[in-house]
Design a binder for this molecule. Structure first.
Ligand SMILES: [Cu+2]
Length: 185
């Protein structure tokens, strides 16, 4: 659901960028035409209209549209894609799996693997002063953790069934995922 919301929020921004780029190209070309007319004195210069539509070559239009779509794709990949390899949590003597996640511009690692049916401790060490990262939320566990700057704050999870459990910052812009796998599998 929040993924859909992020897409809905970002598509207009990316489209707007594409349109703005398109208009910048059009205005630049309008300037060039004016300059060319002055230099060549080919015709008396009519008062420059405030606004006019320039017909762009089809190739240029295709390039602008393709550029916009590439930006949208890159943005979706950045915010919604899963990158990198999972890092496994290691069990201590008491059998509690533990991993430290550094919070600095993102979650490092952002993909964590743990074994099902064993307790898990996720220790978040926050180095990033951005208020955006002051909280980490695990929607599936109904847990919100406040992360004081410069401190390590742990989330203790009871033995958890296998599954994929995403987590994110307070505004759902920075994301990570906990993958709990069956030890027998
Ligand atoms: Cu955020």
């Amino acid at each position: 659901m929040s993924a859909l919301l992020a897409v809905a929020l970002h598509l207009p921004v990316a489209l707007h960028s594409a349109v703005a780029l398109h208009m910048a190209v059009a205005l630049h070309m309008a300037d060039s035409l004016q300059v060319a007319a002055v230099l060549h004195r080919s015709a008396p210069l009519a008062p420059a209209p405030l606004w006019r539509t320039l017909h762009q070559p089809l190739a240029l239009q295709l390039v602008v549209v393709a550029g916009g779509l590439a930006l949208i794709a890159a943005e979706l990949w950045w915010f919604l894609g899963r990158h990198g390899l999972a890092v496994a949590a290691h069990a201590d003597e008491a059998g509690v799996q533990e991993i430290t996640i550094t919070v600095d511009g993102g979650y490092l690692p952002s993909k964590i693997q743990a074994l099902a049916g064993r307790p898990l401790r996720l220790a978040f060490h926050r180095l990033d002063p951005s208020g955006c990262l002051a909280q980490v939320i695990f929607p599936d566990f109904h847990k919100t953790l406040d992360l004081p700057l410069g401190d390590t704050t742990s989330l203790e999870l009871p033995p958890t069934p296998a599954g994929v459990y995403p987590f994110h910052c307070g505004m759902a812009m920075v994301r990570g995922v906990l993958e709990v796998v069956d030890p027998a599998a």
